[in-house]
Design a protein around this ligand. Structure first.
Ligand code: NAD
Length: 356
């Protein structure tokens, strides 16, 4: 066995159809007496319904979570926390809602119960991204890692089919980069392989029938594992490219990941053949980048950055930005190869290994 370092993230995970009914028991376990349920405006009705079942924990609702966790929204929510004497947070929603609970926890150290309704995976990470005056910064702190995570497939049934596909491939991206991360280790590799297999199996089924509960449950399990991968090890070229391209051209997050992933793996694959082979086995295909490209097609996702709003003139700009601040990657960042990768992703071509 090779040497490795593994840091486990402490979290209690309750997974199952109907697990939402367990929120009250988990709050009792945490000794919570006055809870704040947090949602987006869009999911306020779900938050009210949940709060209605938590009367033993004197609940109130804050339904103001928005994308990118702006600090002014966090400050408003903190007012409610102080006024009400809240001693525990319950986040019901996707990464935006969970982000707000994390931002409150960072400032108060309150315990959190996260009840995710998307495949973003934030609930399993000690990472918080916040926006102040339009500038997003990311930090890591164990204070923001939720104490309890409750996965109930029932909450994901309303996730639109298209978003399920791209959000699920975004989760696969966490697993893929975890396999060749700087801190890669055999424990996380097991989670990553299982995560890719579960999502790779489930996502085409959801595209065919968004009401397929078994496929939804598999996808949620895969998303849980992907979140655990994202929380445990650092990411590399793919996440950096998506962050840069998405931020510069204001492109949708999950769709950008879906388009870039096959090309990023084609670039890195030769440097990490074992990781690429693991992805291929998990997907049940001969070629990992090609398998990811086909999966995007099967879920009906767009496969060209030009189709989601990136101008052709952006290829050179994105290349410059991707090379501007060096970061760790298993294959050195070579201008010609990175430009070729971005150009193929822009045009929606099949992935191929850019020349070294
Ligand atoms: P989101 O939380 O922004 O949700 C998008 C919209 O979908 C919201 O209006 C929400 O109310 C709605 N929605 C959520 N679940 C639904 C469901 N089941 N049915 C119908 N509608 C539903 O989207 P997201 O992709 O989960 O999160 C994205 C955010 O999370 C980004 O800001 C991203 O940076 C962050 N994120 C953070 C981490 C981390 O580790 N810190 C990890 C992944 C993502």
């Amino acid at each position: 066995m090779e040497n490795f370092v593994y840091t486990g993230m402490p979290a209690r995970v309750v997974f199952g159809d109907g697990a939402l009914a367990r929120v009250g028991d988990e709050l009792t376990r945490l000794g919570a007496r006055r809870v704040l349920v947090i949602t987006t405006p869009h999911q306020a009705a779900d938050g009210r319904a949940l709060a209605a079942n938590l009367s033993a924990h004197d609940p109130s609702l804050y339904a103001g979570a928005v994308m990118h966790t702006p600090v002014d929204v966090t400050e408003q929510a903190l007012e409610v926390v102080r006024e009400r004497g809240v001693d525990c947070l319950v986040a019901l929603g996707g990464g935006s809602t969970i982000g707000l609970a994390k931002a409150i926890a960072l400032r108060t150290d309150l315990p959190q119960v996260a009840v995710p309704t998307t495949y973003a995976g934030s609930e399993m990470t000690p990472i918080l991204g916040e926006t102040r005056d339009g500038v997003k910064t990311t930090q890591k702190s164990m204070k923001v890692l939720p104490e309890v995570v409750i996965y109930d497939v029932g909450l994901t049934m309303t996730l639109p089919a298209e978003l399920s596909g791209t959000s699920g491939i975004n989760a696969i991206a966490h697993c893929v980069e975890a396999l060749y991360a700087q801190e890669a280790n055999p424990i996380i590799a097991m989670l990553a392989e299982q995560g890719i297999a579960a999502l790779g199996r489930a996502l085409p089924g959801i595209a065919l029938d968004p009401g397929d509960r078994a496929a939804r449950s598999d996808a949620q399990y895969g998303a849980f594992l992907a979140g655990a991968c994202l929380g445990a090890v650092g990411m590399a070229l793919h996440h950096k490219l998506c962050h840069t391209i998405g931020g510069t051209f204001d492109l949708p997050h999950a769709e950008t990941h879906t388009i870039v992933l096959p090309h990023a793996l084609a670039y890195n694959g030769p440097a990490v053949p074992k990781a690429a082979a693991t992805v291929a086995v998990a997907l049940g295909v001969a070629d990992a980048p090609g398998g990811l490209f086909d999966l995007a097609g099967k879920v009906g996702a767009r496969r060209a950055l030009r189709d989601i709003g990136m101008p052709e003139s952006g290829i050179d700009r994105a290349t410059d930005l991707a090379l501007a601040n060096p970061y760790w990657n298993p294959r050195p960042l070579e201008r010609d190869g990175i430009r070729a990768l971005i150009a193929r992703a822009w045009a929606g071509e099949e992935p191929s290994v850019p020349a070294a």
